[in-house]
Design a protein around this ligand. Structure first.
Ligand code: GRF
Length: 187
């Protein structure tokens, strides 16, 4: 099958990037990771790009035209899907409109609940009995686009921020892979 070119945006650990690289090696997984973008030169995730010979771009997000630099690379690599995976910089309206319906994100909560940062702490303070993760299309509203895939688990009374993070991130791998399969299922 002809795989679509995808680009993964990271800022940190890159565990979702690692898992997407692994999935992309499966014969009928719809995407190939053709580019990795990081706004943090120390992001551990860059090592996965290097190890797998995937071209990567480190952008200085303080530069005024940094999004133009990314857009240029995205065109060069004929990218048809941008997967945000722990990318900690908010994208401009202009960037989002230039890549309409091509950008997806993973968020560690059951959206529309707990949009934004400090998710695990807020979930615990709110005494939620369940949580999970969501993959959604990116629009101009923070964590507000259409949900593509979601997975749930029940919170144990012994859970803390660290254990919630571990359980959520474990679930994220499958949630992201399934979301990408869903996106291309009817295309
Ligand atoms: C993930 O938990 C994701 O939900 C959030 O940032 C984290 C990134 O983790 N948006 P990693 O860099 O993929 O390990």
């Amino acid at each position: 099958m002809v795989k679509k070119n995808a680009c993964i945006f990271i800022s940190g650990q890159g565990s979702n990037l690692k898992s997407l690289i692994e999935n992309s090696r499966i014969y009928n997984f719809p995407i190939k990771i053709s580019l990795v973008v990081s706004n943090n030169q120390n992001a551990k995730g860059i090592l996965y790009a290097k190890k797998n010979y995937i071209p990567y771009l480190i952008v200085k997000t303080k530069k005024r035209n940094f999004e133009h630099i990314i857009l240029k690379k995205i065109k060069e690599h004929k990218i048809s899907l941008i997967c945000l995976a722990g990318y900690m910089k908010v994208l401009s309206k202009n960037f989002i409109n230039s890549c309409k319906n091509k950008i997806v994100n993973i968020h560690p909560s059951l959206l529309p609940k707990f949009k934004g940062l400090n998710t695990y702490k807020r979930i615990l303070v709110n005494k939620e009995c369940k949580t999970g993760c969501s993959v959604h299309f990116v629009n101009e509203k923070l964590d507000g686009g259409k949900i593509i895939n979601q997975k749930i688990f029940f919170i144990d009374e012994k859970d803390n921020i660290q254990s919630l993070r571990e359980k959520t991130q474990k679930l994220e791998r499958r949630t992201y892979a399934e979301a990408i399969i869903k996106i291309y299922r009817y295309n």
